[in-house]
Design a protein around this ligand. Structure first.
Ligand code: A2P
Length: 338
């Protein structure tokens, strides 16, 4: 017994990581199908020791009916194919921005609002990578002290912009400094713009503003982001300064509150992207209590895993635990209470 699962965009930076994370997870998969564009026809990926052929994505395939489809092929592909799959009864977990702000579609970080998955079928949106790691570092503080302002500057890895971006970065490291994916040279440089501007705010910044409010279920949280691309292959970092409505009792209480977050690891020392690339945790260091209402922290996580693939597979796992009869090997967690 197991689930029929598909990955759309399987040859991309996130898609490949989805296959890896799924392989290592406890999710029982009876059949895995991989989809990409014609460009990838003939390629294979390994899943649990078996070579799986990459298929060209078609509407017919989406109508077949899967238990779960994980999408990471960009918003246009999601807009066209995800509704077809959902119509056929598949639960779609979509890593693109296409449906995140649609009110009826849950935007899920399982540790925070996983209860939204109970009884839900259709499209589930996976949040933006920078937002996921920030809200995981902050959600317990919000529960306890009510966040009302968040000032954040990001230091985002090139892999967040996809496989082509990594190739461009590597080409620049080898000496060819022309650019096509990024708006400037990224090797040996930093670029304070991710996505197009709308009303002076970049697309990536709008995502952090809007998605944070939706995930934390608070329209009153004001987010002031500056999102920056840096020459790091994997691992987004964030400098966060946040203000609370209620006074924070003490530095110790703040530290304990942040540490009580699921999948959050605290560091007394500094923590950097190369140290965390490849793991599934949000790493928090440099906690400072500036005054009773204002604190600062440094947050680092693997953007391809925590910020995308791992969150998607955690959604799949929790959704199946809440809604199917299949029992996992270690079903120890009290998931219903989240
Ligand atoms: P392909 O490798 O065949 O181009 P990334 O985010 O790393 O750039 O990856 C994007 C993923 O989405 C890749 O797997 C890519 O496949 C896939 N993709 C892009 N456009 C389409 C499309 N029109 N149909 C199916 N898959 C697509």
């Amino acid at each position: 017994m197991g689930f029929k699962v598909g990955v759309v965009g399987a040859t991309g930076a996130v898609g490949r990581t989805m296959v890896e994370v799924l392989e290592k997870s406890e999710v029982p998969v009876s059949e895995l199908r991989l989809f990409a564009s014609e460009r990838s026809a003939g390629q294979t990926l390994t899943f649990k020791g078996v070579q799986v052929k990459v298929e060209v994505l078609t509407e017919e395939a989406m109508r077949e009916g899967f238990d779960y489809l994980l999408f990471s092929a960009g918003a246009d592909v999601s807009r066209r194919y995800a509704p077809i799959a959902a119509q056929a009864g598949t639960t779609v977990i979509d890593n693109s921005s296409a449906f995140r702000m649609v009110p009826e579609i849950p935007l899920v970080v399982p540790e925070i609002n996983g209860k939204l998955l109970k009884g839900y079928h259709g499209i589930v949106a996976n949040p933006n990578c920078s937002t996921i790691q920030m809200v995981l570092a902050l959600y317990r503080v919000h529960d306890r002290y009510h966040l009302h302002e968040i000032f954040v500057s990001t230091y985002q890895a090139v892999s967040g912009a996809g496989h082509k971006a990594v190739v461009e970065y590597e080409r620049q490291l080898a000496g060819d400094t022309t650019h096509a994916v990024f708006p400037r040279q990224i090797a040996h440089n930093v670029i304070p713009l991710i996505g197009d501007l709308k009303d002076d705010i970049s697309q990536e910044e709008w995502k952090m503003i809007n998605e944070t409010r939706k995930i934390l279920n608070s329209r009153s949280i004001a987010v002031f982001p500056t999102t920056v691309r840096v020459p790091v292959r994997v691992g987004h970092s964030e400098s966060v300064v946040a203000r609370t409505l209620f006074p924070i009792m003490s530095k110790e209480d703040l530290v304990e509150t942040i540490a009580s977050g699921e999948d959050v690891i605290l560091h007394d020392d500094i923590v950097t992207p190369v140290e965390v690339a490849g793991d599934d945790y949000v790493h928090v260091g440099r906690i400072r209590l500036f005054d009773a209402h204002t604190f600062g922290l440094w947050v680092v996580a693997d953007n391809l895993r925590v910020g995308a693939a791992t969150n998607a597979v955690r959604i799949l796992k929790l959704h199946s635990q809440l809604n199917s009869d299949l029992v996992f090997e270690s079903e120890a967690k009290e998931v219903e209470g989240r």
